[in-house]
Design a protein around this ligand. Structure first.
Ligand SMILES: [Zn+2]
Length: 399
């Protein structure tokens, strides 16, 4: 099996399309130039802040990583590091001087079983073999020149699909569904002890609840907090279950096409597909995204002509009145919130809220004034304010 065969095709297609974008090319060329002028000093920095794991020091960890390297046919030399943190975390950096650097938090190395660790290792290696670092999402979203809102939303949607590919590489290394799921549970809950027993069926039931709520908008939704408490991981577990049931992992399994139809359906719960749809709900969501994004942009320093132009390009003609009037849009915001709440499901409202946050982040650090606007939109939609924190504090770099 070639590791490339495992890659989620939406990740590949979107990565290819994004790398053709003028703005992405510009930032990539700039970074290449920086690199050519001398290494970025990453290795020196890692050596200063983290402990490099030698084979002598950590033979068991190297044994696990050697198995992953072989399974994925990786040929770039590897250096593993550990850093002191109580938070479970791992990350992989763009190779420098022909070496791949992978870091693990101390708690993760101690709290995860060997197979769970192999899932995490394989996941990080997956980011490397699929060249996910070639699209510098961190620089694009947090750089000095902000991408337009649509590009920011596309970058975030792609990064979620990239996680699906990395998960498959990890699952291929661990080769055990239960370990993979419990690793994702540990990562999202922070729990490793016996006080909470992980149960795969229960975890997956959360996804079924999400799908049900979404397909029956009229039904009174239970106070669903799945999006905010576990933003993404039940979906990832479900996508991995489909992966284990496919012929990539099981000769008698379903075809890759069938698996991907299932994965796309899952991911659509996270995707801003309302940007192009024609339904009443989609129009209400777009109108709220437009107004919310604009009022947030105006909140701290006022909105400039150039920023208004970006918004006009982003939204179709017709969504924008002939003369943009921020004051009027601010006055209309409560009605638009109300309309979205009436027309869209709870999941969809959370999507819009997340996307308004993404637009706010793409305009630079979120200020107190901007945060106040975000809070009032969340309150109006009946979404917990912690959801905003999670969205704007999440790191946009793949890890
Ligand atoms: Zn990742």
């Amino acid at each position: 099996m070639n590791a490339d065969d495992l890659r989620y095709r939406n990740d590949l297609e979107q990565a290819n399309a994004l790398s053709e974008e003028r703005e992405v090319k510009r930032v990539t060329e700039w970074l290449d130039k920086q690199e050519a002028e001398g290494s970025t000093g990453l290795r020196r920095q890692l050596l200063a802040t983290s402990v490099r794991l030698s084979r002598k020091m950590a033979p068991d960890i190297y044994k696990l990583s050697d198995e992953c390297v072989e399974r994925l046919s990786m040929d770039t030399p590897l250096e593993l590091y550990v850093f002191n943190s109580a938070q479970f975390n791992a990350m992989c950096f763009k190779p420098e001087e022909g070496r791949v650097f992978v870091m693990f938090s101390s708690s993760l190395l101690e709290g995860f079983t060997p197979k769970e660790l192999q899932f995490v290792m394989g996941h990080e290696f997956g980011h490397h073999i699929y060249n996910h670092h070639e699209i510098p999402i961190g620089y694009l979203v947090k750089g000095r020149q902000r991408p337009d809102p649509k590009l920011a939303l596309r970058l975030f949607a792609w990064s979620r699909n990239a996680e699906i590919s990395a998960d498959r590489a990890g699952a291929y290394c661990a080769n055990d569904m239960h370990s993979v799921a419990s690793a994702l549970f540990k990562l999202s809950s922070g729990l490793t002890g016996d006080i909470v027993k992980f149960n795969l069926d229960e975890f997956l039931k959360q996804v079924s609840d999400m799908e049900m709520i979404d397909s029956e908008p009229d039904k009174d939704a239970p106070q669903g907090d799945w999006f905010s408490t576990h933003p993404f991981s039940p979906l990832r577990v479900k996508a991995l279950q489909l992966f284990f049931g496919s012929n990539l992992m099981d000769e008698k399994g379903t075809s890759v096409d069938d698996m991907d139809v299932g994965v796309q359906r899952l991911m659509s719960l996270m995707e801003p597909s309302y940007l192009d749809a024609r339904s009443d709900a989609a129009i209400a969501m777009r109108n709220l995204l437009f107004a919310g994004g604009l009022v947030v942009a105006d909140a701290s320093n006022g909105i400039t002509e150039a920023e208004i132009e970006v918004f006009e390009q982003f939204f179709e003609k017709g969504d924008v009145s002939d003369k943009l009037n921020v004051n009027r849009i601010r006055e209309e915001l409560p009605q638009r919130i109300q309309r979205a709440k009436e027309q869209a499901t709870e999941t969809q409202c959370m999507q819009v809220m997340r996307d308004i946050c993404v637009i706010a982040m793409a305009e630079g650090d979120v200020t107190v004034e901007e945060r106040n606007v975000l809070n009032s939109i969340a309150d109006g939609l009946g979404i917990s304010r912690t959801f905003i924190c999670q969205t704007i504090e999440q790191d946009c770099e793949p890890d």
